[in-house]
Design a protein. Structure first.
Length: 298
């Protein structure tokens, strides 16, 4: 294409030197918790024989995706807090864009699959073992990866076709579609509409499926005893918490054309750093089986 820009400058979370030093310590700690916490869940699920249900199978993949997802943005962001030259090559920027959307979209699909798993477990318990076989779960995970890959490829191809010929300062801490659209040396209105439609359709449709599955679960629990109601809610509670923390910021950024990048990057911290960090804490602390398996592992 007609791009003459070979590298971009990431302005980061803040340009204040004092704030950058505080952010370095804080986000380094967050990233260490993300990797350690999610890796612990992956090892626990793989090594424990009692955590062989579909719920933990999906949780294992969710934790793996969280490690990959945060690793696309966090190391570069942390390193940039300490250096003057906050550059990223054109190829590196496009690779980061691809990774963010690939792992982010895969996480959305896995969370949706987990909601379907809870729906079958609570609303159709007698058919659970025949509906949620290991083969079916495997295909659901493969479908999530393929869906994430297709979505990410579309977003990346749309962006790489744009010409970048002058401005190269990105008011963000990672390369994303909206900041790059603002730097392109052409009218990006049509591309922006396609990008919003693509991301928005996936995010909203999956969120709708998630909400409907939990509405059906809550309605079906009316006839349950208080003990059954409590058990079902405790199982779904952690998943609902993760869904709200992840989907809220995602919908805020990707279902509308971006106008305020400084606002966007503050919100983006939630789904790229905070949610992957909280996932293992939420699932481990609210789940007796996971805590028991972790004790045995230790």
């Amino acid at each position: 294409n007609a791009s003459s820009v070979k590298e971009f400058i990431l302005l980061g979370v803040s340009e204040n030197q004092a704030v950058q030093k505080i952010c370095f310590v804080m986000f380094l700690f967050f990233y260490m918790v993300i990797v350690a916490g999610n890796l612990l869940i992956v090892i626990t699920v793989i090594s424990s024989q009692c955590l062989n249900s579909p719920m933990y199978f999906f949780l294992c993949y969710l934790s793996f995706v969280d490690i990959c997802y945060s690793s696309v943005t966090a190391p570069k962001m942390i390193a940039n807090f300490l250096v003057e030259n906050k550059t990223i090559s054109f190829v590196g920027c496009i690779a980061q864009l691809f990774g963010v959307h690939f792992f982010g979209c895969t996480e959305i699909f896995i969370l949706t699959v987990m909601a379907y798993d809870r729906y079958v477990a609570i609303c159709r318990p007698l058919h659970y073992t025949t509906l949620m076989t290991r083969r079916v779960c495997g295909w659901m995970v493969i479908g999530s990866w393929v869906g994430g890959f297709v979505h990410s490829t579309v977003q990346t191809l749309l962006t790489t076709q744009l010409p970048f010929c002058g401005p190269n300062k990105i008011d963000h801490y990672f390369c994303d579609v909206h900041p790059l659209l603002q730097l392109a040396c052409t009218n990006t209105y049509a591309v922006g509409i396609i990008v919003v439609a693509n991301s928005g359709m996936i995010t909203l449709s999956c969120f709708f499926i998630l909400v409907m599955s939990y509405v059906v679960i809550l309605v079906s629990l009316k006839s349950q005893t208080s003990k059954g109601w409590h058990k079902a809610l405790s199982t779904c509670g952690s998943h609902i918490t993760v869904v709200i923390l992840f989907f809220g910021p995602c919908m805020f950024i990707y279902i509308r054309p971006s106008s305020n990048l400084s606002e966007d990057k503050s919100v983006a911290v939630f789904y790229t750093v905070i949610t992957p960090m909280l996932n293992p804490l939420i699932y481990a602390l609210r789940n007796k089986e996971v805590k028991s398996a972790m004790r045995k592992l230790w």
